[in-house]
Design a protein around this ligand. Structure first.
Ligand code: NI
Ligand code: MN
Length: 232
């Protein structure tokens, strides 16, 4: 089965297999790197790593329109439910949640998690997570926003076809630590994200790809926003 990963800039991804789409951290509206429209997405599930607005993005409007199941850590799922989404499902670290066609397992991430409400007030729903997604016969790790941590070696024991890693630095690990992460994760391939969204996150994706292929046995894919790759 063909599994296609599309990068919409920052940490927003679509996965497609067997005619089904899922979205991860779907920040379309206001994402300076994104060329796609939230209105064109038709996911069966939306997976969230944490509550920051650059990750929750258009979740509420897409889920209301499509009925997509929203999977997030418990407190964030509760908030999404309060914002009017009927099919929000909470889990927590170590837990695996099923959706139509696949599963998503919450694994640790070192970061923070807050959400700025439409009225400007800030709430702090839950903790950040990484996600190990099994879909279309592939196993894909979305690290979310995180630093490097040693237990990535345990996440690697999941048998990863692809690891999606932030490299933007400042709020997450930068390229050097992402290469160390790739060594721990032992994924077959790596895709960088959470970079070049705005000047603070400027990184050289092509250089990252050269470095990771020189220093590890991982293949690197560096899509441009809007581009897709086939997960192999
Ligand atoms: Ni964040
Ligand atoms: Mn972020």
């Amino acid at each position: 089965m063909t599994v296609t990963l599309t990068w919409h800039g920052h940490s927003a991804f679509a996965l497609e297999a067997d005619g089904k789409q899922i979205l991860i951290d779907p920040w379309f509206s206001g994402n300076p790197a994104c060329q796609a429209s939230a209105d064109d997405q038709n996911p069966i599930a939306i997976l969230l790593t944490h509550a920051h607005n650059d990750h929750v993005g258009d979740t509420v409007s897409i889920a209301k329109r499509t009925g997509a199941k929203v999977i997030a850590t418990a407190e964030l799922a509760g908030l999404i439910g309060k914002l009017g989404v009927e099919n929000a499902h909470g889990g927590n670290h170590g837990g695996t949640v099923a959706f139509d066609g696949g599963t998503s397992k919450f694994v640790p991430a070192w970061h923070t998690s807050s959400y700025t409400m439409p009225d400007g007030s800030v709430v702090a729903p839950g903790v950040p997570a990484g996600l190990v997604v099994r879909f279309g016969g592939k196993t894909i790790y979305f690290a979310g926003d995180t630093c490097l941590f040693g237990d990535m070696a345990l996440i690697g024991e999941e048998g990863l076809d692809l690891a999606v890693l932030p490299i933007g630095d400042n709020y997450t690990m930068g390229p050097a630590d992402a290469i160390k992460a790739a060594k721990l994760l032992k994924a077959k391939a790596v895709v960088p994200c959470h970079y070049n969204t705005f000047p603070l996150l400027k990184q050289d994706g092509a250089q990252f790809a050269r470095d990771i292929e020189a220093q590890t046995s991982c293949k690197a894919f560096v899509p441009q926003p809007g581009e897709s790759i086939e997960v192999q």
